[in-house]
Unconditional design. Structure first.
Length: 389
């Protein structure tokens, strides 16, 4: 009689394919030792390595979020400062505030400067993603100005005076003109004549900056690309100024038609419909209001000898930001994503504050409102084809 040795039966379990493969790989004998080993490929992840461009946009998104948070802190500090003794007056430097007003002044000026410095990657990424060099140009100016203001404030040698406020307003002109193009590309006819954009993805590539100063052919091509993007931004500004007369005539006609009930909708530049004209007009008015403050500084300040002219400049700036903010609110309303509510709340705050920039209370209000727009630009780094991905 043949006796069969008893072989214990290994119970069969209903396991997932991944666990079964892991079990088989564990009992696979090694070529060298004959001992079971784990296969080297068992723990390979299906997750793809992020490209340098993807890493840049992710970094840009988080810097934008941080900048928005700092602007809220700065705005609140300006408003607190305005309620304190010695805080209602406007000074050129944070160091001029004394006593209890000194701390909120330093916080207000420092966080504002730092926020503009660190928002540079965010707005740059937004511009690159939207293929608008004007938005990138704004980010470069904002980074330089913000870094300087923040550093000087920390050293007790700076603040946000009339001239600085002029520069901080002027830097938005190319951004608004660039955003006008984005509105045209996203909401207007897809006809090629309506499309205005430039592929600037080369700005996210590491090799661009490694070869920028080289004397070879690649270096020359890169420098030309940057120069062409700058000229593109200047052309945006020309378009904005050339549109002023046309926009005003169109708005007067639409207003008249609305009053006489020939038109049911509000004029486009103040309606909830995304409008390039609104952004173009905002960009032009910003230049007209900011340049005098940049050129004449404290003479146009609250206590300057040309303070009435300064009020006129502030009105121009306020009107420019009014049309820009209305444009941003209309775009946020049309897209209806996570940026809609912050824009609808922050937009009116910014509109009110921008008309009285020389007073700490109103400058704080516009800074808090501006944080909503900073949040909008941050999320543009996650956009794909004009929508959040």
């Amino acid at each position: 009689m043949t006796i069969q040795p008893e072989i214990p039966v290994r119970p069969e379990l209903n396991l997932s394919p991944e666990i079964t493969r892991l079990h088989q790989d564990f009992f696979k004998p090694s070529v060298n030792t004959g001992l079971p080993v784990l296969s080297s490929g068992v723990y390979k992840s299906d997750k793809k390595e992020k490209t340098s461009s993807e890493k840049f946009f992710e970094f840009a998104f988080w810097t934008g979020i941080a900048a928005a948070a700092l602007q809220v802190v700065s705005g609140v500090s300006f408003m607190v400062l305005s309620r304190m003794k010695g805080g209602k007056e406007k000074f050129e430097k944070a160091s001029h505030y004394k006593g209890k007003a000194a701390l909120p002044a330093k916080i207000a000026f420092t966080t504002l400067g730092v926020s503009y410095a660190i928002c540079a990657p965010s707005t740059a990424g937004a511009g690159i993603n939207a293929q608008q060099p004007g938005i990138v140009l704004h980010s470069i100016i904002a980074g330089l100005l913000g870094g300087g203001i923040g550093l000087l404030t920390i050293l007790n040698k700076g603040g946000v005076g009339t001239r600085a406020k002029g520069w901080l307003s002027l830097m938005y002109a190319p951004l608004f003109a660039g955003f006008a193009n984005k509105i045209g590309n996203d909401f207007y006819s897809k006809d090629s004549k309506q499309t205005r954009k430039m592929d600037i993805n080369f700005m996210t590539e590491k090799s661009t900056y490694e070869n920028f100063f080289s004397v070879n052919k690649k270096g020359k091509e890169l420098r030309k690309k940057f120069w062409d993007s700058f000229l593109f931004s200047l052309d945006d500004m020309k378009l904005a100024f050339n549109s002023i007369g046309r926009t005003m005539l169109k708005t007067f006609k639409q207003t008249g038609d609305y009053i006489t009930q020939k038109r049911k909708e509000l004029p486009e530049i103040i309606s909830i419909k995304p409008s390039r004209e609104s952004m173009w007009l905002g960009s032009s008015l910003i230049v007209l209001g900011s340049l005098p403050k940049v050129l004449f500084g404290s003479m146009l300040g609250k206590n300057g000898k040309w303070s009435k002219a300064g009020l006129g400049a502030d009105f121009m700036i306020g009107a420019g930001f009014l049309f820009d903010t209305l444009g941003m609110m209309s775009v946020a309303n049309a897209n209806d994503d996570s940026r809609k509510i912050p824009m609808l709340i922050g937009g009116p705050m910014r509109i009110i504050g921008d008309f009285r920039q020389e007073e700490n209370l109103f400058y704080g209000l516009r800074t808090i409102g501006g944080a909503a727009i900073e949040y909008y630009y941050a999320l543009m780094n996650k956009e794909k084809d004009g929508k959040l991905s």
